[in-house]
Write a protein that binds this ligand. Structure first.
Ligand code: IMP
Length: 423
């Protein structure tokens, strides 16, 4: 099996966690490689619901080792809360969690600045999850960040930390009118964190490549989706990391030569949360219906998700960037009951047909739709492709043809069992 990678092909919330859970039965090590507690991954096993923000959802298998990769920004409070929640549900995760020593630490001032920044009068509103993600990645890029390994270095406390805290205090006071950071308290807190975290830390690139060489199966788990990618998404309405294949390599330290399958998780319609362009968005009652049937409310923030029809150009963009080898099509059951299901099969931009997802003037794109006949049957109990209604099969095969990547799994419900395997 080697190393497989799971990426979201749209704007996140494609149902990655369910497929990760389904596929990680044969996995020894599962690695989350980017993002932080902005993600909300929901998995249902035997009717019980589990929500993950930082820990890979593969933790539900009792033997799986879970790595929080170096590309992540980790809020330790959120992490310990998640570990304790799992323990209260009878799942012991503590001994199976490893944290990359180059992952960045997300602290309360990151969250405060994220909230304040979104509220600046006439400021640029991204509609972030307010979990401090962009601010923490900003510090990483600006070299003001604190890495997990720093917590174990006396030099860090003596030399870098006072400078970082003094700079962040100046920003808090002068830009946002907030109180300065209490440097002594913060140092005390970080030293206590060092004690709590040191047992989890690994040099992830060394650890993972050694384990791969010894024959272990590894699954790399992305959060968010390709259209929220900092470089290839709908900038600036994106997250601050790379959920795409490139980010999986830099965020884990796994060599590209080990990669085998790149599985694109793709919802049978599209959703997005927060601001930004969305060419196939629908509104009003039509949207309300889809949102309700698909239960499209954010698992981190509870915000209603914006919804729209399947957009082929988005997934083709994603197939190119990620090098998708297969697709898992999710939430097909949600489309049951429609007379007609719409699919955007291409775009026109300012009167011209374009055959790619544009980088600018995205708001000026007009989708070209093709209508497919729907099906009325409830497909949530269907176990094989041939047992799907004819129109559902036709819909899936048409999407596969438009995208040019084989569909290997179809999800028809939230449970582990509601998954159809093809070919
Ligand atoms: P941030 O990642 O909190 O900075 O938010 C930036 C953008 O990414 C906002 O539009 C968020 O709604 C979106 N976003 C972040 N995480 C997720 C996710 O897990 N699912 C869907 N959208 C997300």
């Amino acid at each position: 099996m080697g190393v497989n990678l799971i990426v979201g092909t749209q704007w996140g919330d494609e149902g990655k966690a369910k497929l990760i859970d389904y596929l990680s039965g044969d996995t020894d090590i599962i690695v989350r490689y980017q993002g932080g507690a902005n993600a909300g991954h929901t998995v249902e096993v035997n009717g019980k619901k589990y929500v993950f923000h930082l820990i890979p959802s593969g933790v539900l298998y009792p033997e799986t080792i879970c790595v929080l990769g170096g590309g992540m920004v980790i809020d330790p409070e959120a992490l310990f809360e998640e570990i304790e929640n799992l323990e209260s549900q009878g799942i012991s995760a503590r001994d199976r969690i490893r944290i990359a020593d180059n992952a960045h630490l997300l602290l309360p001032y990151h969250k405060l600045i994220d909230i304040k920044r979104e509220e600046i009068p006439n400021g640029q509103v991204i509609g972030t999850t307010r979990r401090g993600i962009g601010v923490c990645y900003g510090d990483k890029v600006n070299r003001w960040g604190i890495r997990m390994g720093d917590l174990l270095c006396e030099d860090f406390y003596r030399e870098r930390l006072p400078k970082i805290l003094s700079f962040k205090s100046r920003v808090l006071v002068n830009v946002y009118g907030e109180e300065p950071i209490d440097a002594a308290e913060t140092e005390k807190y970080l030293r206590s964190l060092a004690e709590k975290l040191k047992g989890f830390l690994v040099n992830s690139s060394y650890y993972l490549n050694m384990e791969i060489a010894s024959g272990k199966n590894v699954l790399l788990e992305g959060a968010q989706g390709t259209m929220l990618d900092l470089d290839f998404g709908t900038y600036p309405y994106v997250t601050s990391s790379n959920p795409t294949t490139g980010g999986a390599l830099t965020g884990s330290g796994v060599s590209f030569q080990s990669l085998q399958e790149v599985i694109g998780i793709t919802k049978a319609y599209v959703t997005r949360v927060g601001e930004g362009p969305f060419p196939t968005e629908i509104h009003g009652e039509e949207a309300e219906h889809l949102r309700k049937v698909g239960n499209e409310y954010g698992s981190t923030t509870g915000r209603p998700r914006r919804v729209g029809w399947f957009d082929v150009e988005v997934v083709r963009h994603s197939a190119r960037i990620n090098g998708l080898t297969s697709i898992a099509l999710t939430k097909l059951d949600v489309l049951g009951g429609y007379d007609t299901i719409r699919v955007a099969v291409g775009y026109e931009q300012e009167g011209k047909r374009i055959s790619y997802f544009p980088t600018y003037n995205i708001g000026k794109v007009t989708p070209i739709y093709e209508d497919f006949p729907g099906w009325k049957e409830d497909i949530s109990g269907v176990k094989s492709f041939n047992d799907l209604p004819k129109n559902a099969r036709r819909f899936v095969l048409s999407l596969e043809k438009f995208i040019g990547v084989p569909v290997r799994w179809i999800s028809v419900g939230p449970g582990r069992d509601s998954t159809i395997k093809l070919k």
